[in-house]
Design a protein around this ligand. Structure first.
Ligand code: AMP
Ligand code: MG
Length: 341
């Protein structure tokens, strides 16, 4: 399945020190930074419409956060999570988001499971009060994480079984990226790059017509390890290094969970980056592939082939899908480089 390209030498030299690698010759641009969805976001849009468009994007992202937050009282998801078995009516976009994620959950045999909130909160990832729950506690909580018990009813109504709680942490920022790109387009912006807490999504090309180059972070810190050239696409990464805590036992516990065990995923993947047109699809897949692990992620790609993927393993190997062949420039001395095809 893999083509070994041992120690490919980077042929291109970048100017690299940050995650976003780009330049532009445009005179008119607007940069807007703000905090939303528990992260820091930066919108960089070009052209005379950019300021108004960026403001509209910020407003939409805040509105979205107010709809899907698990902690803001009376967000739709807050109400759903506290509905004690009652039907809750959702707006069309949030209903569609739920339905989309349930499809990927089914498709990935539960690797993506937006009903894991009882588990992620038991470990303290929702509050910052980190702890390692006992095996029995996890076994009890796992009973409330069966996503097949989420009932999508007519007229945009949803019903959760008692004790179930959902969380769009794995896909919310990706969805926000798609919404942002659509608003920018509608407002007449033709070129933009968005950093939504590490999710990078671009509209069009740079103003000189060339591709954007997006840096792939080194999971162990330091300069970026690769650059991916994209247009009208998103590069979305999931990695254990993004959020974790160190237990009393000295072990690191990461924020991405295996829904079968209720424990943080432990496999060979250090980070997985997905390259897609849709930020939502990319975000859903980044988490899904991380949970699936290297072998099953490659099988999933072979079956679907409607996205590109780059996986960095703990033993410092790089695996990337064949569609990235001409899009990738390496900046790191990986032990081995494999092309998935
Ligand atoms: P991401 O950084 O996109 O991979 O999303 C990680 C976030 O998704 C975590 O912080 C949790 O809120 C949530 N999460 C963790 N594990 C899963 C899982 N297996 N399925 C769905 N959501 C998850
Ligand atoms: Mg994700």
């Amino acid at each position: 399945m893999f083509l070994n390209m041992k120690k490919i030498v980077a042929v291109e030299v970048f100017l690299i020190s940050t995650i976003l690698l780009f330049s532009s010759c445009s005179k008119s641009k607007d940069i807007k930074s703000f905090e939303a969805m528990n992260t820091f976001m930066t919108l960089q849009s070009y052209g005379s419409k950019s300021k108004k468009a960026n403001l509209a994007v910020e407003n939409r992202i805040r509105e979205l956060e107010d709809s899907i937050s698990t902690t803001k009282e009376h967000s739709y998801i807050y109400d759903l999570n506290n509905s004690s078995n009652k039907e809750i009516e959702l707006p069309q976009d949030i209903y569609d988001l739920l339905s989309f994620s349930l499809n990927i959950s089914k498709e990935s045999n539960g690797a993506l499971n937006i009903a894991l909130y009882p588990i992620t909160s038991a470990w303290g990832f929702t509050t910052g009060n980190y702890r390692v729950p006992a095996k029995e506690e996890l076994e009890d909580l796992l009973k409330f994480t069966d996503f097949s018990k989420i009932q999508l009813l007519d007229n945009r109504k949803v019903k959760l079984a008692d004790g179930m709680k959902i969380d769009f942490g794995a896909i919310g920022k990706g969805f926000a990226g798609d919404e942002a790109i659509q608003i920018l387009r509608e407002q007449g912006v033709k070129s933009a790059i968005l950093d939504l807490g590490g999710n990078v999504q671009v509209l069009g090309a740079k103003t000189d017509g060339s591709d954007w180059t997006i840096g792939i972070k080194n999971p162990w810190g330091g300069p970026v390890v690769a650059g991916v050239r994209i247009k009208n696409q998103a590069v979305i990464t999931s990695g254990g290094y993004e959020r974790y805590f160190t237990g009393d036992d000295g072990k690191n516990y990461i924020h991405i969970f295996d829904g079968k065990t209720g424990r943080p995923v432990e496999n060979e993947i250090a980070s997985v980056s997905i390259i897609t047109e849709s930020g939502l699809y990319g975000d859903a897949l980044s988490t899904t592939m991380f949970v699936l692990g290297l072998e099953n992620a490659c099988k999933y790609w072979k079956l679907h082939q409607d996205f590109e993927m780059l996986i960095i393993t703990n033993d410092k190997n790089l695996y990337y899908t064949s569609g990235l062949k001409d899009k990738l420039s390496l900046r790191y001395d990986f032990n081995n480089v494999f092309i998935v095809q």
